[in-house]
Write a protein that binds this ligand. Structure first.
Ligand code: 6GU
Length: 221
């Protein structure tokens, strides 16, 4: 899976991608993440990427042109330069938007299955010129009912969640929490924990070795 992120703050992604499972997935080549900064392709000399909204109102709106130029480059160049011609690339474009459709595990699974490349367009300020959505045919997607300062954190969440669905990212297929028999109650050693004079035991059934009983218990916890 190739992720492409259009953002004016690529550094925000560094720490998360450079550790743990994301780092392993990148090192293995199961996923790739590339950044494209609208500021690098602005045509005005002050490298402005935003402007005041038509119709008035507070805040600034991200300009369409630099974003469209980057997007067109990604979809075009990537196709020609990098790819084994045998493998057809399938692009999906996502605009991070607090008012968009809700991101779910289902959405992550479908994205991983149906696409080779996902382009994230991260907005800051009050939003992105609506013509970006019109031209790119992007999905407008949100990660929940709260407002973030920008789309970067939401893009990171989606990259994490979609990567889990990519073959080879999780060492063991069974690690996919989404597919496990549902139980949020997990325990590890020690079997008995003492805290402030009280003892906390791991449920007997989990120590029994009886997998039929364990599965049954997990359905209800
Ligand atoms: Cl995708 N963007 C922003 N700015 N805020 C959000 C969001 C996205 N999803 C939830 N809140």
């Amino acid at each position: 899976m190739n992720f492409h992120v259009i953002t004016i703050f690529p550094n925000l992604f560094d720490s998360y991608l450079n550790d743990s499972i994301m780092k392993k997935a990148l090192d293995k080549g199961s996923i790739s993440v590339q950044f494209y900064n609208p500021r690098d392709v602005t045509k005005n000399k002050h490298k402005k990427v935003d402007d005041i909204p038509y119709g008035g109102g507070p805040g600034m709106v991200m300009m369409a042109e630099p974003i469209i130029d980057l997007w067109a480059d990604i979809t075009k160049k990537t196709l020609i330069e990098k790819l084994p011609l045998t493998k057809k690339r399938k692009f999906k474009t996502i605009i991070l938007s607090p008012g968009g459709e809700k991101f779910t595990t289902e959405y992550a699974k479908a994205s991983a299955k149906e696409h080779t490349d996902i382009i994230f367009i991260c907005g800051r300020y009050e939003g992105i010129d609506a013509r970006v959505a019109e031209i790119t045919g992007a999905d407008l997607v949100s990660i929940g009912d709260y407002v973030l300062t920008g789309g970067e954190l939401a893009a990171m969440v989606m990259i994490d969640s979609i990567s889990r669905q990519v073959d080879g990212v999780l060492g063991n297929k069974q690690s996919l929490e989404e597919d496990r028999i549902s139980s949020h109650e997990m325990y590890t050693r020690p079997a008995e924990l003492k805290y402030k004079g009280k003892k906390y035991q791991v449920p007997e059934v989990l120590q029994s070795g009886n997998h039929k009983l364990i599965d049954e218990w997990r359905k209800h916890h």
